[in-house]
Design a protein around this ligand. Sequence first.
Ligand code: SF4
Ligand code: F3S
Length: 104
Amino acid sequence: TYVVTDNCIRCKYTDCVEVCPVDCFYEGENMLVIHPDECIDCGVCEPECPADAIKPDTESGLDKWLTLNADYAAKWPNLTVKKDPLPDAAEHDGEADKLEKYFS
Ligand code: SF4
Ligand code: F3S
């Protein structure tokens, strides 16, 4: 599966949902997550994210993100159509430790 990681938080550009062939993105207030059981590993979303927040789970160090994506994909509503990014997305793009600062 692919996973959404830290830099999505407070940006939420949503370019990713436009290209996903199986519509497996789920939306929280500050970020999106990918449902790991629905993702077919096609990889097309990864280069579409302006914040470079989407990674394959074959990369090391992503365990906490895989768990977070799985947990919240089960709770949050599906998002299938691109919408406006969060209003201060550009300021938060690239900021460190967004999970600790902003995730709720
Ligand atoms: Fe969707 Fe493909 Fe991205 Fe998985 S890798 S979330 S199937 S676009
Ligand atoms: Fe987030 Fe990137 Fe999608 S910022 S909403 S993973 S396009």
